[in-house]
Design a protein around this ligand. Structure first.
Ligand code: AMP
Ligand code: MG
Length: 291
């Protein structure tokens, strides 16, 4: 019975994984499991139990949105190739009703997207009221790959950190709770996962020759990620940096962060907009009438 699963969180992952002022990406143990004192099978059991809670909370958020509420949640997923972004979508978001989720993936911008401000395509995918939006990559690519590959001049990307902070603050003021998750895999683990993609015909589709090029720029990406955490982990929209070499831990941690975040919204069921007793009486009458 998943409801009975034991909780081995010794520290709330929102505290254990939050990138604060003293955060140092270079010393992060990517094989670690900060805050969780249990093993993998304990983790899987607890994740399933929390998934049921997450699903209930998501339904309340959806109901609130249907009843005139304006709140929404946005889960931003970042991480290099093979970090497990797709696994979070499948295994964490897969525990809730798909009707309540708005998923968007951001790849190389199209010609039309390039003709607009970089936030243009992002804004179009924001979750409507009552929904949990999930971004598989995001506007942060505009200070990651864009910076590493020098797709715009430095003066331009340097200005984006503050711009992103201001833009996110505006979203939050409009009722969106932003949860930013970076899945950080180690160099060796990424190598092993790419090798697996090249070993297995059922994984070829996940591989792109450009993954090798990206991997060869590892230090530049680590520096770009470190700056994202240093410059955009704000009080209102902090980054949670999740060690991702153990997939079960990353999924467990994101489940917990998301569930706790929804719990903090104090969601309830919307009150009836009709007289319940009156409607019960009216229904009873239809049951008595012969058809
Ligand atoms: P995937 O997530 O494996 O489908 O790959 C998407 C690719 O799109 C990655 O290589 C990203 O670096 C790339 N990408 C995403 N956003 C941008 C952007 N704003 N500019 C350039 N490339 C991007
Ligand atoms: Mg890829």
């Amino acid at each position: 019975m998943p409801g009975m699963a034991k909780n081995f969180w010794k520290t709330d992952p929102r505290d254990a994984l939050k990138a604060g002022l003293t955060f140092d990406l270079s010393t992060l143990d990517r094989n670690g499991r900060p805050g969780w004192a249990g093993n993998k099978s304990r983790g899987e059991a607890y994740m399933a139990a929390r998934g049921e809670e997450l699903s209930d909370l998501q339904e309340k958020l959806f109901a609130e949105g249907r009843s005139g509420g304006e709140r929404s949640v946005l889960l931003v997923l970042q991480g290099l190739d093979t970090a497990g972004k797709g696994g979070i979508v499948r295994h964490v978001m897969g525990m809730v009703d798909p009707q309540g989720v708005k998923l968007a993936s951001f790849g190389v911008p199209t010609a039309e997207e390039r003709a607009h401000h970089y936030l243009w395509r992002i804004e179009k995918q924001l979750p409507p009221a009552g929904r949990i939006g999930v971004f598989d990559r995001s506007h942060y690519e505009d200070v990651l790959v864009v910076r590493v590959d020098e797709l715009v001049p430095e003066a331009e990307w340097q200005g984006r950190y503050d711009e992103i902070n201001a833009w996110e603050e505006k979203l939050i003021a409009g009722g969106t709770t932003i949860v930013k998750v970076a899945l950080m895999v180690s160099y060796d683990e990424q190598g092993a996962r790419l090798a697996e993609r090249l070993d297995r015909p059922d994984k070829y589709w996940k591989f792109s020759p450009s993954d090798i090029t990206t991997r060869s720029k590892w230090p530049a990406y680590q520096q770009a990620y470190a700056d994202v955490f240093a410059r955009t982990s704000t009080e209102k929209a902090p980054w949670y940096v999740v060690p991702a070499d153990r997939k079960w831990y990353a999924r467990l941690a994101v489940t917990e962060i998301l569930t706790q975040t929804l719990e903090s919204l104090d969601l309830g069921w919307p009150a009836a907009t009709f007289d319940v007793a009156e409607m019960q009486a009216a229904l009873a009458k239809t049951n008595q009438a012969s058809v």
